[in-house]
Design a protein around this ligand. Structure first.
Ligand code: BES
Ligand code: MN
Ligand code: ZN
Length: 494
């Protein structure tokens, strides 16, 4: 969808979206518009349940075209996130309406305060995020089922400023869309080899891309990651992406983001049940966030040195697959007894984290992984549980979560949990008892960060959505790109 910004005025053609305060109160331009169509807006409101409550919407057909009335409520909650949601909702309201363009009349409501341009930019951003769709495999969609809305103009005082604000946001949205594309692709198309290949396109935006194959990983001693992939016909890969955005001459230590990229998780020899197994195509969701985040950072030319590392494998049952009972040696030298081949994500991350720490000595590492079903049991699909050994890093994640509306909740680590991962025959085992499964998984990962500031985000519940949300259409959510981009922007840029 194309976005433009222009001066605040009533447009002379095309559909219009305009805010209404609670108790059906039109603002200045709203009143003017209502008069120009003989009071149709007022009478439509009077004969409907539309009262102007926050996020209500009503289409009114006038001789001048469609007018979408949008509820502002009492106006007191209208902040940046509110505006994003409104943009998403307006987009959804009109997506398949037959309208091809809409002008959003962004009048400041009484008490709107300053920085209305920022909210106008956020509204456009929300609309773009909601307009995402993944339909490349639908060959039979009829024209009348396709979205019609192609263009949104946001009319606001200070439109030049709004346009400038939107620039970076639009780059972030591009990153989110890339993540959504990756998690939506079917596993026959997106496997470790093709995925690594696809990452090379990031070179176009100035990211350095390096790929490690199995031979190189064997030399490095990555027995944990390689064990997971050994039952697959596809070669396991590690992709290293580097964005060097810190100003020349500054000697900025990089930040590092690491992602689980299990392109398909059958469970391996500890095979998963058939029902819902197709969901395990998005078991590469963590890696997808890393790729989308790198795209976002490069797109908006973030003044940061950032490393993205993703471990790409396919977890398959096979004559050559890893067995429960196997003992593997990780790059760190620590040995791991495989109890359950379905606890594979932590094995991939163990080597990816150690490698990242060893080679880049970053300021901190954050990993993202669709790691445990237990996290979905704990927090559902609304909130991502995260773990950290560093309070400052943890606070930064929490603040960015608040700022972006991507909700997070800190979970505990601790010796008692950690002990549950000790093995009788090796340094540790890859699966512990049933209870506290997300916590013990995080404790396992902590054994591979060597005391470095680190956080682990278990995104199992938030990576895929079965229903539409204001700025997230159902399907792959791209959850985490916005949060981490914001976290880096607010704390780690020069
Ligand atoms: N990829 C799964 C976790 C998962 C499940 C993510 C459902 C999203 C939705 C992970 O590899 C896994 O299988 N974890 C096991 C760990 C157990 C064997 C210790 C789990 O959660 O059951
Ligand atoms: Mn698994
Ligand atoms: Zn998995």
């Amino acid at each position: 969808m194309k976005i433009t910004f222009a001066n605040l005025a009533l447009p002379s053609k095309g559909s219009i979206a305009i805010g209404v305060m609670e108790e059906r109160k039109l603002l200045k331009l709203g009143k003017q518009l209502d008069r120009s169509v003989g009071g149709l807006l007022s009478s439509a409101m009077a004969s409907s349940r539309f009262t102007g409550k926050a996020h209500q919407s009503l289409s009114v057909f006038t001789p001048k075209g469609r007018v979408v009335l949008y509820g502002l409520g009492k106006g007191e909650n209208i902040d940046e996130l509110w505006a994003e949601a409104a943009g998403g909702n307006i987009r959804a309201h009109l997506a398949g309406s037959g309208e091809s363009e809409v002008s959003v009349v962004f009048e400041g409501h009484p008490g709107a305060g300053k920085e209305i341009e920022t909210r106008a930019a956020r509204l456009a951003y929300g609309a773009v995020l909601r307009a995402y769709s993944f339909d490349k495999y639908k060959t039979k969609r009829k024209a009348e089922d396709k979205p019609t809305l192609k263009k949104m103009s946001v009319l606001v005082e200070g439109h030049a400023k709004a346009r400038a604000r939107f620039k970076d946001l639009s780059e972030i949205a591009t990153g989110v869309a890339l993540t959504r594309d990756l998690v939506s692709e079917p596993p026959n198309v997106l496997h470790p080899e093709s995925y690594a290949e696809r990452c090379k396109s990031l070179k176009d935006v100035g990211i350095k891309v390096e790929i490690l194959g199995e031979a190189k990983m064997e030399k490095l001693g990555m027995g944990a990651l390689l064990g997971v992939g050994q039952g697959s016909r596809r070669e396991s890969k590690i992709v290293i992406m580097r964005w060097n955005g810190a100003p020349k001459g500054t000697d900025q230590q990089p930040v590092a983001i690491v992602g689980k990229g299990v392109c398909f998780d059958t469970g391996g020899i500890s095979l998963k049940p058939a029902g819902g197994m197709e969901d395990m195509k998005w078991d590469m969701g963590g890696s997808g966030v890393v790729v989308g985040l790198m795209r976002a950072l490069a797109g908006r030319k973030a003044k940061v040195n950032a490393i993205g590392v993703i471990g790409l494998v396919e977890n398959m049952p096979d004559g050559n697959a890893q067995r429960p009972g196997d003992i593997v040696t990780s790059m760190s030298g620590q040995t791991i007894e495989i109890i359950n081949t379905d606890a594979e994500g932590r094995l991939v991350l163990a080597d990816a984290l150690w490698y990242t720490k060893d080679r880049f000595k970053p300021r901190f590492m954050v990993d993202l992984a669709t790691l445990t079903g237990a996290m979905m049991v704990a927090l559902g699909q609304q909130t991502c549980g995260y773990f950290s050994n560093d309070d400052a890093l943890s606070d930064n994640i929490a603040a960015a979560g608040k700022a972006t509306g991507e909700a997070v909740w800190r979970m505990p680590l601790g010796d008692e949990y950690n002990k549950m991962m000790d093995s009788d025959v090796a340094d540790m085992k890859n699966a512990g008892a049933r209870w506290g499964g997300s916590v013990t998984a995080a404790c396992f990962l902590e054994r591979f960060v060597d005391g470095m500031a680190w956080a682990h985000m278990d995104i199992a519940g938030v990576t895929w959505s079965a229903k539409d949300k204001p700025t997230v259409p159902k399907g792959g959510t791209g959850w985490g790109v916005r949060l981490l981009d914001r976290m880096i922007r607010d704390n780690y840029e020069a």
